[in-house]
Design a protein around this ligand. Structure first.
Ligand code: AMP
Length: 469
């Protein structure tokens, strides 16, 4: 059996139905979702008779030139941006997948991770199924193909009843766009309107770019068919406890998006306010680690009444380097990306805010940089609890052993980072801010309580998964 490359995968998806410029809109939608994955991108369009696909490695704007977009005709389209690790860093694993067979042409784009894909794949291969890729998503197509149900909806639900884990999916046939979320609703997915057209996106920031109106989120466990007869919604799953990913709020989603019924920017700012209540510091300035710490730093500064300064300047023309598949990039990465503003830091007691600590390599470099900029005291405060457990539902995190908070005490981490004090937001503080008493979340990366089972033998990555400054 060809092993599935990985369990870790971060993605964004976008779809359009009934617009003469479907591929161009999908290109723009993916552009707005680029932060969700920068290693490969793809668009599949339908002209009503057949599907047209183009996929490439790299950034949306580099892959989809004007001549390429002209090869994607039709009034509907779906697209995908993806981040992966080395084994999966191949065009054959870029999405959307397109298959042709007894069910006609189908394209599928997936955000999330299926936790039982390996077992299903093994079973299917033993019956003779031949897989084109090493991605978990492909099992859904195979399960649909062998289903005895007659209708598309029947085959789809048949397949979905077998898979577990996180999936926000878009499927495109010649004349229908299907959008759905897993019953627990791990990953976001929303519907919008653009004139007569219907659009679907991982995050609402994609609607803003194309001038679409946000309509509503697709509900956990809901399957929406958008076709010539209009829109139809199905809820075939037995109700289960919902567990949308709280890390979308902390780090992953764009701050200008609305997901899981909340404004991401407001949540991040409130996390910063809560952090200030939990970790007050005598300091002269608050500085964010750009860009991920920005909203929380604003919240912290406002709550604490300490001036906010941009003590670190980011070079925006360097991508999120955590996606670079070469170890060497990581070493000079921080210097490429961030530079301290010396005059601002000299002699100051500084509170530095970031959203999370993963391996602590970034934090250590940043604190050294701020120290070299002349800061007198540095208090490193994090607007989430310690990340101790890997994610199996679609956020790219390293293995347990690589997560510094999994194996080190607070004092050890502080010493490693070389800051004068270190503080994390408490679990209670996080719960209070996201109001999990009214709607629950998945906090597995912080508390290890996984809402859906995952394989006991977790494949080790072939090379470090995580490359960020
Ligand atoms: P580290 O140096 O490994 O501790 O990285 C911490 C930085 O990575 C923080 O600034 C976060 O904004 C960012 N970060 C947290 N989670 C992820 C993730 N899953 N993928 C990429 N970057 C992340």
């Amino acid at each position: 059996m060809v092993p599935l490359d990985k369990l870790h995968d971060a993605c964004g998806i976008f779809g359009v139905y009934n617009h003469p410029e479907a591929a161009n809109l999908t290109y723009l939608g993916l552009y707005a979702l680029q932060h969700r994955g920068q290693e490969s991108a793809g668009i599949v369009s339908s002209d009503g008779h057949t599907l047209h696909a183009y996929k490439g490695m790299g950034l949306v704007a580099d892959i989809f030139t004007e001549p390429v977009l002209k090869t994607l005709p039709g009034n509907s389209a779906i697209g995908h941006v993806r981040y992966s690790t080395t084994g999966s860093s191949q065009i054959k694993n870029a999405q959307p997948f397109v298959v042709s067979g007894g069910m006609g042409h189908i394209a599928i784009a997936h955000n999330g991770n299926l936790t039982n894909a390996m077992e299903i794949r093994k079973e299917l291969e033993s019956y003779g199924s031949i897989f084109q890729s090493t991605m978990d998503t492909e099992v859904i197509i195979h399960l649909m193909a062998i289903s005895r149900e007659e209708t598309f909806l029947g085959r789809l639900t048949d397949a979905l009843f077998r898979v577990q884990g996180a999936y926000s999916l878009l499927l495109l046939t010649e004349n229908t766009l299907v959008a759905l979320r897993d019953p627990r609703g791990f990953r976001p997915l929303s519907i919008g309107k653009l004139g007569e057209a219907t659009v679907v996106a991982s995050e609402s920031c994609a609607f803003d770019l194309i001038g679409a109106r946000f309509e509503r989120e697709i509900e956990p466990g809901e399957i929406v068919f958008i076709g010539p007869e209009g829109m139809a919604s199905y809820k075939p799953f037995a109700p289960v406890a919902q567990s949308p990913c709280v890390f979308e709020f902390i780090y992953f989603a764009r701050p200008d998006s609305i997901i899981f019924g909340k404004n991401v920017y407001e949540v991040r700012k409130e996390l910063g306010r809560q952090l200030a209540r939990e970790h007050p510091r005598e300091a002269d300035i608050v500085i964010p680690v750009p860009d991920s710490g920005m909203p929380s730093a604003i919240g912290y500064a406002q709550e604490a009444g300490i001036p906010l300064e941009l003590g670190l300047i980011r070079n925006h023309y360097v991508g999120r380097t955590f996606i670079e598949p070469k170890q060497s990039i990581r070493h000079f990465g921080v210097k490429i990306k961030l530079n301290p503003v010396n005059g601002i830091l000299r002699g100051k007691r500084v509170v530095v805010i970031d959203d999370s600590i993963v391996r602590a390599t970034t934090g250590r470099k940043i604190i050294k940089m701020i120290r070299s900029g002349g800061a007198r005291e540095i208090h490193f405060l994090i607007s989430s609890p310690p990340t101790r457990y890997p994610c199996f539902y679609g956020i790219d995190t390293p293995t347990k052993s690589e997560l510094i908070a999994n194996s080190h005490s607070m004092e050890e981490i502080r010493k490693y980072i070389t800051c004068d004090s270190l503080g994390y937001l408490s679990m209670d503080g996080l719960r209070k801010v996201v109001r999990d008493d009214t709607s629950p979340f998945c906090f597995a990366c912080f508390d290890g309580k996984y809402p859906v089972e995952f394989p006991t033998r977790i494949p080790e990555p072939q090379m470090p998964l995580f490359y960020r400054l």
